[in-house]
Design a protein around this ligand. Structure first.
Ligand code: ADP
Length: 263
């Protein structure tokens, strides 16, 4: 994807941020936030300066996935107005809509309020110098998604899907939305692609196979990686230990690190 850097670098208008990438999915539960956290962690491991914006208003889980409890967001005064300061966790600058709400309360904002909060949220964060800003978008194609996409200067999106045909169908709807707002799809990540047998190493394709590849061919976009199902991804997400930076070697961690290299 190095072409992405050359082609889209100039349209990224957040001061100090070189590349802004959206991470999106057609539906919830396919591993979009997991992918966002792990790519961010892997990029940081490579030495890049990384920011992570958790804009998933329906399920802002990134603070927990990075091991952060409830934290207060600091506001600083700058010549261009008040700005939120991102929190620094595991070498990643993090800002989450989840930190703006009371713990365990839904982010029950409607139309105009949602629009206002999202706009402020996107525009008023003091990121400093970043090589990559990853934005974890809400799943689907609703109001919140369109507002965020239109408000953020996204260079391109990475789509996350499982190989299952119903998941692929939802991603197609997503692609249609991105095309309408003129945001290029940079690649596909297929998650939960297969389960590796702990005894013999054979692969079981629980959600079917070939979905990600089929989508990539249709889109003429690269299939960036196929992430196996791994219990350590799940427990790492709950305890704030991304598998991509775990010291324990794993095929899933390796795929995330390869994706980060490709970016
Ligand atoms: P989304 O952001 O698409 O809603 P999440 O990233 O929150 O999805 O993932 C949903 C659940 O699935 C989480 O509990 C996560 O830990 C788990 N999960 C995601 N990918 C994998 C995987 N490859 N193997 C095992 N568990 C996974």
């Amino acid at each position: 994807l190095s072409w992405c850097k050359k082609v889209y670098i100039q349209i990224c208008t957040i001061p100090g941020v070189k590349i802004t990438l959206g991470i999106s999915s057609g539906k919830g539960g396919v591993g979009k936030s997991t992918t966002a956290v792990n790519i961010a962690a892997a990029l940081s491991l490579q030495g890049a300066k990384v920011g992570l914006l958790d804009a998933d208003v329906y399920g802002p889980n990134l603070p927990q996935m990075l091991g952060l409890g409830q934290a207060d967001i600091e506001v600083i005064h700058t010549p261009t107005g008040d700005k939120f300061l991102p929190l620094e966790v595991q070498g990643i600058k993090l800002m989450s809509v989840g930190l703006m709400a009371e713990k365990n309360r839904p982010l029950a904002w409607r139309g105009p309020v949602l629009h206002k909060i999202i706009t402020q949220f996107i525009n008023d964060v003091e990121w400093g110098e970043l090589d990559y800003l990853l934005i974890d978008l809400p799943p689907g194609t609703g109001d919140a998604q369109i507002t965020i996409i239109q408000e953020s200067p996204i260079c391109g999106v990475i789509l996350v899907t499982t190989p299952q045909q119903v998941a692929i169908a939802d991603v197609r709807r997503n692609i249609y939305m991105f095309r309408q707002v003129g945001v290029p799809v940079l690649g596909i990540v297929e998650n939960m692609s297969y389960l590796i047998c702990g005894d013999c190493g054979s692969h079981t394709y629980i959600f079917g196979s070939g979905g990600g590849e089929q989508l990539a061919t249709e889109l003429q976009a690269p299939l960036l990686g196929q992430i196996p199902i791994d219990q350590r991804i799940c427990s790492g997400g709950d305890t704030g230990n991304p598998i991509a930076t775990s010291e324990q070697a794993s095929p899933a961690g390796e795929v995330f690190r390869q994706i980060a290299i490709a970016l």
